[in-house]
Design a protein around this ligand. Structure first.
Ligand code: ADP
Ligand code: TRP
Length: 341
């Protein structure tokens, strides 16, 4: 059984990414063969265009940022416990075979499948012009999955549609070319009970500019936590923990006993939100303490990180070439390009 998933380097990872996705990828690395990659080709579809410069958080997503976020993503994943002995970690663009497979798949992909995909549809509905890259994004994603004979793909609910498209494309390819070229993957929907709220109480997301970055200096982290929106109940009054984002976030880090203790303090009155935020800050520092240390060490040793990505790409390419050869042969092309002989 091969588990595979990809994550886009379109910004610095935040608490929502960790509790909603990364934590679960890491949990799956032990019992299965696991391939995880940083989807930099996909991220290209969101590099700022002149007509869509982000208005929410002034930071622009430029090609220089792409390289920075890609490396950051590798550092973050490794610091958080992704173990290169157990899982294969690589950059999507280090395996260019995936773009060739994308073309082969594109030739059997029906337009209506892509027209109903939400990333493209949302843009179109909002009157924003879409590029062909955004429109065909699900085909690249299908190639990511099919290139490695992946069986299980852990993803958030919003990506399940793309796995269904992947299965449709794989089946159609197998049927048209009358060969069992591709393995049909299954989506494994990540536990979304951890829908992490952001600073303003909405879902934490880069697009809303309300994130708490995973790795920041302690001082900045504290400052960010202090910005979490709370109501205006006076310090002395009792407060409802269940309707407070600070408490919801605290639950991610604390065991049941700790949660009960803080909830009791909310209900008793006499505790201001500033104090609750300080408790959250301490809990987060403790929770991510080891990861902070590991990340610092890795950041001082980027050669090792590069070696891990290089070795990962090597393993991924070996598997990818084998599958691409099957696909090329099935469509009547030479099994391998001349340059690889
Ligand atoms: P963003 O919304 O910040 O752009 P992405 O869409 O890149 O984040 O999300 C990457 C992964 O992190 C997805 O699998 C998604 O399900 C998960 N994720 C992102 N934000 C949250 C959140 N607030 N709560 C739970 N999971 C999240
Ligand atoms: N599209 C996914 C996302 O935005 C990232 C991704 C790219 C992916 N290729 C993939 C996820 C292949 C799983 C499998 O979250």
């Amino acid at each position: 059984m091969r588990v595979l998933s990809g994550i886009q380097p379109t910004g610095r990872f935040h608490w929502g990414n960790y509790f909603g996705a990364i934590r679960q990828y890491i949990a799956l690395q032990g019992n299965e063969q696991a391939f995880y990659f940083i989807a930099d080709y996909h991220a290209l579809t969101t590099i700022d265009r002149p007509e869509t410069v982000r208005k929410v958080n002034e930071e622009r997503f430029t090609p220089g940022k792409l390289a920075e976020y890609t490396l950051d993503a590798a550092l973050d994943l490794l610091a958080l416990g992704l173990d290169p002995q157990q899982a294969t970690l690589f950059r999507q663009s280090d395996v260019p075979e995936v773009t060739e497979l994308t073309w082969l798949l594109m030739t059997v992909t029906q337009m209506h499948l892509l027209e109903k995909c939400h990333a493209y549809k949302d843009k179109k509905d909002r009157g924003i012009p879409a590029d062909a890259g955004l429109f065909t994004y699900p085909v690249l994603m299908a190639a990511d999955i099919l290139l490695y004979d992946s069986d299980v793909v852990p993803v958030g609910l919003d990506q399940v549609q793309h796995i269904e498209v992947t299965r449709d494309i794989a089946q159609r390819f197998n049927r048209i070319f009358d060969a069992e070229v591709f393995v049909l993957p299954e989506a494994k929907v990540l536990d979304q009970t951890a829908k992490v709220p952001g600073l303003d109480g909405q879902k934490m997301s880069k697009s809303y500019g309300n994130t708490i970055p995973l790795f920041d200096t302690p001082k900045r982290l504290r400052k960010t936590i202090m910005k979490i929106t709370t109501d205006s109940t006076p310090v002395e009054d009792p407060k409802d923990p269940e309707s407070c984002s600070v408490f919801t976030l605290y639950k991610l880090f604390a065991d049941e006993q700790q949660q009960a203790a803080l909830a009791a303090r909310y209900r008793a009155g006499g505790m201001g939100y500033g104090e609750a935020k300080q408790t959250l800050y301490k809990a987060a520092m403790e929770y991510f303490g080891d990861a902070f240390e590991r990340r610092e060490k890795l950041a001082a040793d980027l050669d090792t990180v590069e070696d891990i990505l290089r070795a990962g790409a090597g393993e991924a390419r070996e598997k990818g070439r084998e599958v691409l050869e099957r696909a090329r042969t099935a469509c009547g092309l030479r099994a391998t390009p001349l340059s690889d002989e």
